[in-house]
Write a protein that binds this ligand. Structure first.
Ligand SMILES: Nc1nc2c(ncn2[C@@H]2O[C@H](COP(=O)(O)OP(=O)(O)OP(=O)(O)O)[C@@H](O)[C@H]2O)c(=O)[nH]1
Ligand SMILES: [Mg+2]
Length: 376
């Protein structure tokens, strides 16, 4: 425990220990994070507190979701429509509403003062034959995850979305804007463009704790067992498939993290020059030029594909199945009906195949626009 924590920190800790409700525990933890000095010596402490915060928020979210109707929900969640829900997240005045107006028929107010948009605003982006739901999230500022600005609710809507568009104003330095957005989302347990740690934990009735691939985790088998026992897990099979840290394992066990695909949309490009192609791990789309082109880039960056199914000697379906990039014939079968996966004998593909109607194996990876005929 670092020795240089101020007395108020311990008072907040006391409040945490005596808290009776999740909300009180969240508030006390936020207070502890706010008070703790930020330097190398407190890095670990802050990490633990932030993880605790994310876990408490998840508990609260789950409790509110399971509450019967008429109870006081967050009142903020937005029903998913279309084939993907994309949250538009940015600092105040970054041009989120302007973007939403360009891409959808939603009409949020645009104004030059901050926090014009105060509740999430959904709109449907129609691109060729698909519909993508965009939601403008009320502005995020440094400390939103601790309740500053419009608080944590907007960020929890973003957490629920399928993908996140980070809106960056090109007329000022992109890096600090990006840092704030990523840090606030991280504090809410949202990891952007990162793969989940390659570890699985299967609880079981007996047999103690077995670990496969213990050498891939720092501290090895002993550390893994300690972390599991701390959480009262005494019987489990742990499979580690890639190099991970003990913190990764703790996060998997706490189940408080979500992993989301994300990209940057640069706004106000009219008043800036030489914007980058990428910002760190994020591809960059410039919000300039023909709208249809902008929609295409957004669709491409969602890493989705459209697949049209057909029956023998018939025309392909008009509405596509929308699947993740990398999906195979088997995913198509599964998306149509669970039975199809078992009954599938062969398949033919038009589009990406070497010749039209080529027979392909079940693990054939499809591309956007492919036509698929399944034979059962
Ligand atoms: N020059 C220029 N100004 C823009 C552009 N997009 C938005 N603006 C201006 O930036 C200001 C804020 O735009 P909004 O679209 O309301 O921004 P917002 O991110 O929704 O703002 P909040 O909802 O308050 O967080 C307005 O004065 C807009 O006219 C752009 O592409 N170029
Ligand atoms: Mg707005």
């Amino acid at each position: 425990m670092p020795a240089n924590l101020p007395p108020e920190y311990f008072k907040a800790e006391q409040r945490y220990l005596q808290a009776k409700t999740i909300k009180e525990r969240i508030e006390a933890t936020q207070e502890m994070i706010r008070i703790a000095p930020k330097h190398k010596g407190t890095e670990k402490l802050l990490k633990v507190l932030k993880r605790r915060l994310a876990k408490l928020r998840k508990e609260l979210e789950e409790r509110e979701r399971s509450r019967p109707r008429g109870g006081r929900g967050t009142g903020f969640a937005i029903k998913k429509e279309g084939c993907a829900q994309v949250a538009i997240v940015g600092l105040p005045n970054s041009g989120k509403s302007t973007l939403l107006r360009m891409l959808t028929s939603a009409r949020p107010e645009v104004a030059s003062y901050p926090f014009t948009t105060r509740v999430p605003v959904p709109g449907m982006m129609e691109y060729e034959d698909v519909q993508i739901q965009l939601i403008e999230i009320p502005a995020v500022v440094e400390g939103s995850s601790l309740g500053k600005g419009l608080g944590t609710q907007p960020l929890s809507v973003a957490r629920n979305a399928d993908a996140i568009a980070l809106v960056i104003d090109a007329s000022s330095d992109p890096q600090p804007q990006l840092r704030t957005l990523v840090e606030e989302l991280e504090a809410m347990g949202v990891r952007l463009n990162r793969d989940p740690p390659k570890v699985s934990v299967q609880k079981r009735q007996e047999g103690g704790i077995d670990v496969i691939g213990a050498n891939l985790i720092e501290g090895g088998e002993e550390e893994i067992k300690r972390v599991l026992r701390e959480r009262r897990i005494h019987n489990a099979l742990v499979t580690v498939e890639g190099r991970i840290s003990i913190e990764d394992l703790e996060e998997v066990l706490d189940g408080s993290l979500v992993y989301r695909h994300s990209f940057v949309i640069l706004t106000k490009c009219d008043s800036a020059e030489g914007e980058p192609e990428r910002l760190g791990p994020f591809p960059v789309i410039r919000a300039i030029g023909p709208i249809e082109e902008l929609k295409r880039k957004i669709f491409e960056n969602l890493e989705l594909i459209r697949v049209y199914t057909k029956r023998p000697n018939e025309k392909p379906s008009e509405r596509p199945l929308v699947l993740r990039k990398g999906s195979t014939i088997l995913h198509v079968a599964r998306a149509i009906h669970r039975d199809f996966e078992l009954k599938l004998r062969s398949a033919r593909v038009w589009g990406s195949a070497q010749f039209p109607g080529q027979r392909v194996p079940r693990d054939y990876v499809l591309r956007d626009g492919d036509v698929v005929e399944l034979h059962l």
